[in-house]
Design a protein around this ligand. Sequence first.
Ligand code: ATP
Ligand code: MG
Length: 223
Amino acid sequence: MTLVTALRTLEGEPLASDRTLFLMSSERHGLGIFGGTFDPPHIGHLAAAVEVRSALRLERVELMVANQPWQKAGERQLSSAFDRLALTEAAVRGIEGLAASDLEIQRGGPTYTFDTLCELRGSDPACQLFLIVGADAARGLPTWHRYEELGELATLVIVDREGDAHVEPPAGWAALHVAMPRLDVSSSDLRHRAQIGLPLAPYVPAEVVAGARARGLYGLRKS
Ligand code: ATP
Ligand code: MG
């Protein structure tokens, strides 16, 4: 398995000179926004965030915990936003450059990435924003609220899982691509594993499993 990180533009051309300069600089710049439900957070989320931060030399990547992921509405009963935030905080603890954000929870209501990017832009107009999405989320971008405007607010970063075909952004969009080793885990599978009594660690960090157990989530019993 190669762990080489690939960076290229939409057409596979070298990055534009300003971006090249940015990437060659040894200083860290920019804020990565990695949104999700994180019910629970797992090793795939953490690896994606770490790989993007390292490849783009970002100062920080924030795991943005959705308050009400409106596209998942009606699918199932989600764990509370407060519980998901606590688990995400536990997941990033001790990993340099990663943080959990409660911005969307504080804002309340249905979670639209458009609002999040506007809020971040408003609080620090000079900060360059990078919107990080996995391949499945990238495919769904055209269904997102005000998605045409997202590209003006942030640079899109698509995380490609090794072995998958390259996912292209919606027509007319440029994106950076970062490759990561394939980690075939999802929160849905992990909730199922917990329900049938299979262990969650190491796919979910031990501290997160302990937090979920203490909160009685995913059918885990308090010991
Ligand atoms: P669920 O199964 O409940 O949909 P999930 O594991 O897909 O959960 P989400 O919170 O839906 O997690 O996804 C948040 C982001 O993490 C998305 O951009 C998604 O593409 C990405 N992602 C999810 N699982 C992985 C993984 N194993 N490797 C890399 N990225 C992932
Ligand atoms: Mg998902």
